[in-house]
Design a protein around this ligand. Structure first.
Ligand SMILES: C[C@H](O)[C@H](O)[C@H]1CNC2=NC(N)=NC(=O)C2=N1
Length: 103
């Protein structure tokens, strides 16, 4: 069983529709979202996400800005394509975002 199979464009569209605010890059390889929140809250949110990522063993690039947190994820083991693991991680992040005061 491979780590995860790349999703088709139709599958990507279907999963993205369930993730308001998230976007897929032009090349179809990266799923991302930028949250706007005060600096320290952004860093706290990043720490929470890091724990989820270790639990799922699937890791995004987290960028803490002055008043933003950017989450960008792809599945490296699938040739940096999008797989269900990317969308499963985004779904978990979206579920805990309200607790950090962001949608
Ligand atoms: C060995 C370990 O399971 C792999 O390196 C995991 C870790 N986290 C990962 N994260 C992401 N985004 N893609 C991967 O292919 C991946 N692989």
């Amino acid at each position: 069983m491979p780590y995860a199979e790349p999703l088709t464009p139709e599958q990507i569209d279907e999963r993205l529709a369930a993730l308001p605010g998230w976007a897929v890059s032009e090349d179809g390889r990266t799923l991302s979202r930028t949250y706007r929140l005060p600096h320290v809250r952004a860093a706290i949110f990043a720490l929470h996400i890091a724990g989820i990522q270790d639990e799922l063993n699937h890791h995004s690039d987290l960028t803490v800005g002055y008043d933003t947190l950017n989450v960008a994820v792809t599945t490296h083991a699938a040739g940096s394509r999008l797989t269900t693991k990317d969308f499963d991680l985004a779904t978990r992040i979206a579920a805990v975002a309200p607790g950090h005061g962001v949608e």
